[in-house]
Design a binder for this molecule. Structure first.
Ligand SMILES: [Zn+2]
Length: 509
């Protein structure tokens, strides 16, 4: 048996220098490099889904468990209840986003370890999906520990509390235990599966958002993320048939998607690249004048996305961002429109009427076009140019590199963002517009909430004992995650039964 418990192994400690995927690891702390230009989109033809997902064989053998047993295992989230720790108020220093002391209490009392385990494991009892899964810790002193793995969620929880990391990342399931990677043959240690992930970060919108810059986010620019979730979520569901998509707030200015369906987890790098390329429409960095170049007629993905984006364009872009109000900003819009004569007339009109809003400037495009100011104007070309503007300003900007590699590590849900103290909570993809990053609780707020609850409920000791998360505003997020995990596990069980049945039938034959 591999050595699970005990200290961090020295070798792992030595490997704590910058990891291969360092750009993603620090992505949320520092503005990363602009997303690199991906290979050309495959003419935006429909992906060959059969080809992309032709291997659907089970990788792991699970023990026999009934649906009732799964129900029982998942019905009551288990949280730290028995740890003897000082009252949070004793060490809570306000004014700081987070401290190691607050983090420790958070891990002890609030972090949903059991749900996290079941999410990664897809089954109530440990399987290689969890035991061979890489977890990477960033310690409080910024030491980075890769290739950690755990036999049970309890072992993981103990180690997380002991190490008290500032955050941790989830990596792939390997063909052997990550801790044994140095003693198994090189060929025997390879990544087998991991959720397909997407990263939407405000950094990629910095050149178009006008309300905030840098690490700041407000409800106006959060609209970029809301719209991105709507567009990508429906594409992943309708075009690829994925059902188990978990959206998670990155803690400050972005969101991650974890596609957890088995078919998604088993995609190799080439297939991940194909999915990312299929979804990527806005390409090029700040230096690229026109980032949307599409063939017509539009692919159904683009048509559907445009329908979603049109609803938000007026309010989220024209009103909230008002990106072309200043004369020096007008060129950004004109560069994306096809007719030179019309552009000159627009410029003249706007000069004569200074300080027009972007809403009014946008409306002038059609009204001048209808007046026939340009004899050369091609109405269809203009309409397509305007569609490209909508896409350029509002279509999701993916950090595609994150999606392309099976062995990419991504910050775990429910970690605390060190810069904000906010919890990386799930976002309900059915109603992303109701999510406000400013409402997400911080670790210090949550610990205050436990204090307040305990102080007001002391007298009433006969009442049912609640888990600590239930005393706080983290409750709806934990419950959402719990339901998500339960649905995923039910599906896994169903699939497994199906596979077993087929295997049984082929044996009988
Ligand atoms: Zn803003």
């Amino acid at each position: 048996m591999p050595h699970f418990e005990g200290d961090i192994d020295k070798a792992a400690m030595e490997e704590s220098s910058s990891p291969q995927s360092s750009s993603s690891v620090v992505h949320d702390l520092e503005p990363g490099p602009a997303a690199s230009c991906p290979p050309a989109l495959t003419a935006h033809g429909l992906p060959n889904l059969n080809e992309m997902f032709d291997n659907d064989d089970g990788q792991f053998e699970f023990g026999e468990l009934t649906e009732e047993e799964i129900q029982a295992a998942t019905s009551v989230p288990e949280f730290a209840q028995s740890v003897n720790i000082p009252p949070p108020s004793a060490i809570h220093s306000s004014g700081q986003h987070t401290t190691p002391e607050l983090m420790e209490i958070f891990y002890q009392r609030l972090f949903p370890f059991k749900d996290l385990f079941q999410w990664l494991n897809h089954f109530p009892s440990p399987t290689p999906s969890f035991t061979n899964r890489e977890i990477a810790f960033t310690l409080q002193n910024d030491v980075y520990l890769r290739y950690q793995s755990f036999p049970t969620y309890d072992a993981m929880k103990k180690e997380v509390i002991r190490l008290n990391p500032s955050r941790f990342e989830v990596g792939p399931v390997y063909s052997a235990n990550p801790r044994d990677r140095k003693i198994v043959r090189k060929a025997a240690f390879r990544p087998l599966e991991k959720e397909l992930v997407f990263d939407i970060d405000m950094t990629d919108y910095d050149e178009i958002r006008t309300c905030c810059s840098g690490t700041k986010v407000c409800s106006k620019c959060w609209n970029f993320i809301t719209v991105a979730i709507k567009v990508l979520d429906v594409a992943l569901r309708d075009d690829f048939g994925f059902k188990h998509i978990l959206w998670v707030f990155s803690g400050r200015r972005g969101a991650h998607a974890w596609v957890c369906d088995r078919r998604a987890r088993e995609l190799d790098d080439a297939k991940r690249r194909a999915v990312a390329s299929y979804l990527e429409i806005v390409k090029g960095g700040a230096q690229t004048t026109k980032k949307v170049n599409l063939k017509r007629p539009l692919h159904p993905l683009v048509t559907r996305s445009l329908n979603i984006l049109r609803d938000s364009f007026s309010s989220a872009i024209l009103v909230d961002q008002d990106p072309w109000r200043a004369p020096e900003q007008e060129d950004k819009l004109l560069k994306l429109l096809p007719d030179k004569v019309l552009n000159q007339e627009l410029k003249k009109t706007w000069e004569a009427l200074p300080d027009q809003s972007s809403t009014s400037k946008w409306a002038y495009i059609d009204s001048l076009a209808k007046q026939g100011v340009s004899k050369s104007l091609d109405a269809k070309e203009l309409m397509e140019g305007k569609q490209d503007v909508v896409l350029e300003y509002l279509y999701p900007r993916l950090d595609a590199e994150v999606s392309k590699h099976l062995n990419h590590l991504l910050k775990s849900p429910f970690c605390i963002h060190p810069g904000t103290g906010r919890v990386c909570v799930p976002i309900n993809s059915a109603r992303p517009e109701t999510f406000d990053p400013m409402d997400v609780p911080t670790v210090s707020q949550l610990i205050d909430e436990i204090d307040e609850y305990d102080a007001t409920h002391k007298a009433n000791e006969s009442s049912e004992k609640l888990a600590d998360y239930e005393k706080t505003s983290l409750k709806p997020y934990v419950e959402y995650f719990h339901r998500f995990v339960s649905d995923l596990m039910k599906e896994e069980l169903k699939e497994k039964r199906h596979r077993d049945q087929e295997n049984g039938e082929s044996l009988n034959f």
